[in-house]
Design a protein around this ligand. Structure first.
Ligand code: BES
Ligand code: MN
Ligand code: MN
Length: 455
């Protein structure tokens, strides 16, 4: 479609400048000090959706951060695509590791450095500019709805209720999400599944107060040592998770699926060099792509206790803490695994400490059927603009609302991510290639066109 290309070429600098304005708002959902920024960001998203051609846009308050809902309905009889994204971002800390300020977007070597550039402002904004392109070139032939939330990075605690209470408003034929990665523009891929999550926090208590480690050390169990041992016991020598029942519901990949996965290009040296590691790690018997895609995992997300300030303090601490999460694959259930984790940590605690384990947020895994119309349309759209049929792969991250969308709205979700695994999501120096941003804007209109034709 030459008209789309011409329009986008003419407006590309403005598209980028608009994204920058969004990136300058520190919409960190996890921190209450950013409450005003969240509201401001939601208002800017609303304004931009209206400018792009949406008929109506509403900001729905929740008990947490607001949800932005907008729509362009050309004909209720025609197919409807619901675009989901999130305007909240992860905290930028540790700030000293950023080469450029996290909320002052800076282009270096064709990459936009900023918190949220890839996850997910840069990616959902592609859809806003795709809408604008379709409207301005008079070529929109389907209905588009937008649900852009502000709490994805904290587990979408209020979106589920909103979806359940607004089924008619959100009624659509598929959900389209750009909030994940592809292998590269040269080797396009589409995520056909994301993992679920169970997240717990563990508190280990020994003596009733911090003690002098010389006076009491040797006679009283140190909660940090005990916690470290408990944690170390969670994987065996093959890096298999030792919690009884953990793998019970795991849907094993078939030989054919594994063969297909092995076809996705993977350069081990490049992967290691990028991360600055000498050796890979993981569950024995599985490739790296399998370990991050189709296998469940258990990760320590944080561990603390005792004295961590400047200098030395000889103390035998009263408490030690850890944040532990599991990535889940079909058909594991988030609640069930969280319960298993909590009970296991309590069970393996020795008698010299007490353990309290509590639940954080979670989410179910999701799988997109390859034979769904939405997947076929996404695949054809990417093939059109990138010249190659995308490879279906499984993404390692989680988007907690996916399974709920399917359950409440009865429709399939399709992922069309334009980020890269190496874009430093959740890390310092998050980035998004300018070229990927523009490719996304170019590709999305084809998705709408093909999806409408195939429906
Ligand atoms: N966009 C990511 C999820 C993602 C990343 C999917 C890369 C596929 C590839 C999302 O914003 C995210 O970070 N989700 C959290 C979920 C959590 C906070 C409930 C995650 O995966 O840790
Ligand atoms: Mn995201
Ligand atoms: Mn994220």
């Amino acid at each position: 479609m030459q008209a789309w290309k011409d329009y986008q070429e003419k407006n590309k600098d403005r598209f980028l400048e608009e994204l920058f304005e969004l990136l300058r708002i520190p919409s960190v959902s996890a921190k209450s000090e950013h409450k005003k920024d969240m509201q401001q960001c939601a208002e800017l998203v609303k304004k931009r959706l209206l400018e792009a051609g949406a008929d109506t846009v509403e900001i729905y308050p929740t008990d947490g951060h607001p949800i932005v809902y907008g729509e362009k309905i050309i004909d209720p009889q025609k197919p409807t695509v619901l675009v989901y994204g999130h305007y909240d971002v992860q905290p930028a800390e540790p700030l000293e590791l950023w080469k450029t300020p996290p909320f002052e977007p800076t282009i270096i070597d064709g990459k936009i450095f900023a918190r949220g550039s890839c996850d997910d402002k840069g990616q959902f904004y592609m859809h806003v500019k795709a809408l604008e392109t379709l409207v301005q070139t008079n070529s929109l032939n389907n209905n588009i709805k937008f649900c852009i939330e502000g709490e994805e990075e904290i587990g979408s605690p209020h979106l589920g209720k909103f979806v359940a209470n607004h089924k008619e408003l959100l009624k659509a034929d598929c959900v389209l999400i750009s909030d994940s990665a592809m292998i590269s523009l040269d080797t396009p891929s589409l995520d056909v599944g994301l993992r679920g999550l169970s997240y717990i926090e563990v508190e280990v208590t020994g003596p009733n107060r911090d003690l002098h480690s010389g006076v009491y050390g040797g006679a009283v169990a140190n909660p940090i040592t005990i916690l470290a041992k408990m944690i170390a016991s969670l994987h065996d020598e093959n890096n298999h998770i030792t919690i009884p029942g953990f793998y019970d519901d795991v849907l094993e990949s078939t030989a054919a699926e594994r063969e297909l996965m092995a076809k996705a290009p993977f350069d081990e040296k490049e992967y290691k060099d990028d991360l600055g590691i000498k050796e890979l790690w993981g569950e024995k018997g599985y490739s790296t792509n399998e370990r991050t895609g189709v296998r469940p995992t258990l990760e320590l997300n944080g561990i603390w206790g005792g004295y961590t300030g400047e200098g030395a303090k000889t103390v035998l601490p009263s408490k030690a803490f850890a944040k532990i999460s599991a990535r889940l694959v079909p058909n594991q259930k988030s609640d069930k695994i969280a319960d298993l984790l909590i009970k296991h940590m309590e069970k393996i605690a020795p008698g010299n400490v007490t353990v309290k384990a509590t639940l954080h947020h979670g989410g179910e895994p999701y799988l997109t059927p390859l034979d769904s119309i939405a997947y076929k349309a996404a695949s054809k759209a990417v093939e059109t603009t990138l010249g190659k049929v995308p490879i279906p792969v499984r993404g390692g991250g989680s988007i907690p609302i996916c399974a709920l969308f399917e359950k409440e709205l009865g429709i399939k979700i399709v992922f069309m991510g334009f980020g890269l695994d190496s874009d430093n999501l959740h890390s310092p120096n998050e980035k998004f290639n300018v070229a990927n941003f523009y490719k996304g804007i170019e590709t999305v209109p084809y998705f709408h066109k093909y999806f409408t034709e195939m429906m």
